[in-house]
Design a protein around this ligand. Structure first.
Ligand code: NAD
Length: 389
């Protein structure tokens, strides 16, 4: 029997090459008078923002820029951006960038509309009404944050990545313009693409999966598997960039309504402690958690493996098809240049107890399809570190 579920997509999605030219129209639709553009210096230096500045000036929109967003955005930076937004009396936020810029903007919107400090809003369904209107313009094909109802913020006191989980944090409009992702360097294309693949795989296999998210997740896996290597190798292949952006969007809609699982529990623990880029942490851990989870639902894991390219003819059981999927995930990460866990700066096995405990505390821990104790996570951290597949 199918279990109950609800499905939400409150964000309006605008997709297309050159769609950014309509930014002024969307700002007017949301009645924005004074805008804070939330972004990072890497994007500014890559020239991605030049066209957006030109459009805002052409449309005579008053705007201010906060460009101090850091990867794995921290609570203190969100407060700094919020202070600026308050000073400028902004009534609309625009995030241009990856998940870090979009999540920072969600945190700023939360503070502008609800006051307090950011830690007041960690947890599920704490907001009373929608945050300050937000337009998200993703420039990576990875997080899906442009349509999710989450903001992931690093708490500088506990060094844990915390979540605001609330439908009220959803952006009003997501503008997906694949041309804005062409400047992504190969390693960030690879790691963010693997993040999107992890979202799709975990959405499909987690405890909260349901028929709509299953359909979305399977299509997202297909799109990402067919296009990721090409996007990494030939960054100016616009078709590969388009498909990666759609894949990441659809994977975001899937996991935003289902959830993620053990890979994210472990990756967020790593990111909180070592500041490891989120996509890299996910890609390093995905094969190990996928392998661990196979017994929870062999046929679903085999289905993922087939989409990844496993050869059904070579196998006599779903379990062995699923096992080939584990190998393919590890090979894919290697092929596109994802570093190994051993090569990540500061990673120290003495921290594994702490990391395993943090993984069990993660908000998505109960969504992993196979119960994972602290010892299980500890074992998985060691397996990933020693590359024992
Ligand atoms: P990011 O936002 O940290 O950006 C990574 C780097 O890519 C930055 O240096 C940036 O300057 C550069 N960059 C981005 N776009 C570029 C472009 N077009 N050209 C050149 N350089 C570009 O990376 P991310 O992986 O998109 O975001 C990671 C964050 O998102 C993590 O904190 C993670 O926890 C969070 N996240 C949030 C959600 C959510 O639903 N809210 C989901 C998954 C992940």
């Amino acid at each position: 029997m199918l279990k109950d579920y609800s499905f939400n997509l409150p964000t309006k999605i605008e997709f297309g090459n050159g769609k950014i030219e309509k930014l002024g129209y969307f700002i007017k639709e949301l009645k924005g008078k004074r805008v804070l553009l939330v972004t990072d210096k890497g994007l500014r230096n890559a020239g991605v923002l030049d066209n957006i500045f030109r459009i805002l000036e052409r449309e005579k929109i008053e705007y201010h820029i906060y460009d101090n967003v850091k990867p794995n955005p921290r609570d203190v930076d969100c407060m700094e951006a919020y202070e600026m937004a308050k000073r400028m009396d902004v009534d609309l936020l625009i995030a241009v960038g990856g998940g870090s810029s979009m999540d920072t903007a969600k945190a700023v919107g939360t503070l502008l509309s609800h006051g307090g400090t950011i830690s007041d809003w960690y947890g599920l369904d704490k907001l009373k009404h929608p945050i300050t209107p937000l337009i998200c313009i993703p420039t990576t094909s990875g997080t899906g944050s442009e349509i999710t109802f989450f903001a992931v913020i690093t708490d500088t006191v506990t060094k844990l990545k915390m979540n605001i989980l609330d439908i009220n944090v959803a952006p009003k409009i997501a503008i997906l313009d694949p041309e804005l992702t062409v400047s992504l360097p190969p390693l960030i294309t690879a790691s963010t693409g693997m993040d999107a693949l992890t979202h799709a795989v975990e959405a499909y296999t987690c405890n909260l999966a349901e028929p709509i998210t299953d359909a979305l997740a399977l299509y997202a896996i297909e799109l990402i598997v067919k296009n990721l290597e090409e996007a990494v190798q030939s960054g100016d292949n616009i078709e590969a960039r388009e498909n990666m952006l759609v894949g990441s969007l659809i994977a975001g809609i899937a996991f935003g309504n289902a959830d993620v699982g053990g890979v994210h529990c472990m990756a967020e623990a790593l990111g909180g402690l070592y500041d490891t880029p989120h996509g890299i942490a996910n890609s390093m851990l995905l094969p190990y958690v996928f392998d661990y989870n196979i017994p929870s639902n062999v046929s679903k894991h085999a289905k993922v493996a087939l989409l990844l390219g496993a050869d059904a003819q070579k196998h006599s059981s779903d379990e062995s098809i699923a096992k080939e999927g584990v190998k393919i995930l590890a090979e894919l990460a290697e092929k596109i240049g994802i570093p190994k866990m051993k090569d990540i700066e500061n990673v120290n096995t003495n921290d594994f107890e702490y990391l395993a405990e943090a993984a069990t505390q993660n908000v998505s821990a109960s969504s992993n399809p196979r119960i994972a104790t602290k010892d299980d996570y500890l074992n998985l951290f060691y397996k990933a570190f020693n590359e024992e597949l």
